[in-house]
Design a protein around this ligand. Sequence first.
Ligand code: SF4
Length: 375
Amino acid sequence: VAHKLLEGSLLEEARRGSREALAELLSTDLPWLTSALAEEADRSMKAHVGSKVYYRGLLEFSNHCTSDCLYCGIRAGNTEVERYTLDRDRVMRAVAACIDEGYGSLTLQSGERRDPAFVEYVCSLLREIKEMSRSDDLPEGLGITLCVGEQDEAVYRRFFAAGAHRYLLRIESGSPELFASMHPESQSFEARLSALRSLRRVGFQVGTGVMIGLPGQSAEDLADDILFFRREGIDMIGMGPYIPHAQTPMGSGDRLTPAERHRRLRLSLRMIALTRIVLCDVNIAATTALQALDPLGREMALAAGANVVMPILTPGEVRAQYTLYNGKPCTDEDAGTCTVCISRRVASTSRRAGYNEWGDSPHFAERMRQAGAPA
Ligand code: SF4
């Protein structure tokens, strides 16, 4: 690997999308290789999306969910979770904090519900957030990413019309077999893929992501995930290590050893770096799950090609009820603490933050240009 990497041939093959080269780089767990890929990804990031870090204030506004994903701490079947939905006033207070901090963009996230009352509530929030956030600094208001699961295309159209322009829907694994192993029979890979394609048709900037280090997942599966992102024309990537949750069918009895935590962190960093190297102009988030494996996990992701961070705006009193995996960081903090912490983290990487900017994915702009539509 060292010889082929020094020659540049392995990296070139990976850049061109060779499954074998990607799998070889992903499966070679050597610290110098992880660093070399991060450096290459950093060069690619600066060339294609610039060096700024963009914020998406993350508001987890409800943990009600009708789905039962086998890995997720807020799955419908987990009766130990105290359920909440933030009312309009608490949502708007968090939105005001997002504006005050100059984050420029907001991510509204919840469990999956498809009932009309929920859809209408989300639409009303979107309209109000758009209206209240317009200012001289942000003439178009906050950029809004929605993350509320699989919905009908007609519902996606309503969300888009109400003001959301990005949508995050994780495929969790590009392998239909792995997807099936993590979800009940009522959820299918085909339906998730079809939802991603609906989002694209509606006009959203489309985000997806996978879990890294899943039981039974091979380096080839992860290589296929990167190629899946490319094939589906994904604009934004949010992915992180798989971390078990004890109150789930997949996670009960599964404990991460310190050695496995480090291995999974390095694998996640190689995955982020290679995604940047292959996809070039997408936005990639440094996810909180990385910080659950190492206190500096998010900084490491920023040094390996990531360009988005998501400070949590969820009110402190409900944060602990939104734990998708065990050991989620920041659950005993509030929005103010997160702001100071995240600013320090970004400053420590010597990167500039894109305050009051949407920081949209250049990949989306290029996709629109090729389609002959205004971005
Ligand atoms: S991953 Fe999403 S859809 Fe699945 S159980 Fe968790 S919140 Fe619900």
